[in-house]
Design a protein around this ligand. Sequence first.
Ligand code: GLU
Length: 475
Amino acid sequence: MVRVRFAPSPTGYLHIGGLRTALYNYLFARHTGGTFILRIEDTDRTRIVPDAMENLIHTLQKLDITFDEGPIIGGNYGPYIQSERLDLYKKEAQKLLDAGFAYRCFCTPETLAQMRAEQQAKGEFVKYDRRCLNLTPAEIEAKLAKGEPYVLRLKMPETRTFRFNDIIRGEVEMDSAQSDDQVLIKSDGYPTYHLASVVDDHYMDISYVIRGEEWLSSMPKHLWLYECFGWTPPQWVHLPLILNPDRTKLSKRMNDVAVEDYLERGYLKEAIINFVALLGWHSADNREIFSLEELCQEFTLERVNKSGAIFDLNKLNWMNGWYLRNLPLDTIVERSKPYFEKEHLAIPDSDKLTKIVATARERCTLLSDLVQYSKMFLCPQQLSTESLDFLKKEDSRKVLSWFQSHLPSGGDIDAEQLNQLVQQGIKDLGFKGKAFYKPLYLALLHQDHGPELPAIFSILGLKEVHHRIQEVLEL
Ligand code: GLU
């Protein structure tokens, strides 16, 4: 039975990298009929941000990523928030202490800083020098009696090669010499990530740990913990790094990586999911467009790459444009509404909005662009002096007057009729190209470009067309 977890620390917003981890866990669970668990790793009390957990859950919900077990929804393996599981970590840490796999360290932050500085000065690998391992039981008792704060450290084997199979990387070998005696319980009584995640993965029956490559270097500690406890480790899957196009590590600047921000800016959930799914995974036939459902069917860990995945914003933009044009029109119309509100623009009536969106989505990338595009219809900008001068010219006025007198005064005009009318106008006036179209565009949209005339006429309606032409003629 596949059981996987997404285990974020609630330190703020959901990062693109976090979404990729959540998504791959989710897809793997759905593909295998397994269980997807959300576990909140909030044991680093200094990094907690209020409401971060709620925001994170909310953002994932917006993207249709659903959990089977977790905070709020519950499950048989709860609680799912680590700060509510402290007794368990204490109990397990005590077992390690009793068995001699862990020891108390009373060193103060100052002592540790000095130790680090000395090791750095000598060019040595920085790690705890184990001075507290030499304390006698009596010395320890005395310190405890005095109430001296201490941490619990894992006693790492000095020379050990850890071998494990990573589903993406195959056989991996790592030496314990590069591993510090990891703090397991901090002086505030909270466990560190390493202890808490190993204990939880065990007690939550996690069968596959799927997480970012940055955790690969912690593997000796984690494997050693499994060994000390006498537990069977899960299967390991370390996802490739996400890189900027210049192959540097993905920017940490918040508006570049916060998923919420992409949603705010007008990216569609379908595009975000599709794009993020391809950050390190490809389908058998290298197809690019996938719905979430299709991803659930197609996703396998075997096709996740080892090498870093490039975060290419141009590709995300291309994909968003594709979804903007290819999702049902009604869907895009609905999704565009909040962006009108954000711009403090009254949402046009449903018929007009649908016409605008149908035209605009062929030419836009983001939901928010639809609103910018619609402004020429809803609230055209002031005519520039240059445009005003142009419109006051005799030839411009001729075009507009001709239209005013030849356009039906009410009802509709379809594309075919309009095109005939335009041809007739060009013939009657003997104008061509720009001289004919420019006055019309300027009068109707207050700019010299826009969609084809039939779209403009259909969106504005004949009444508004007359009105806008009349306004210019009265200048
Ligand atoms: N809390 C860790 C993080 O924020 C989770 C790492 C893991 O999945 O083991 O990335």
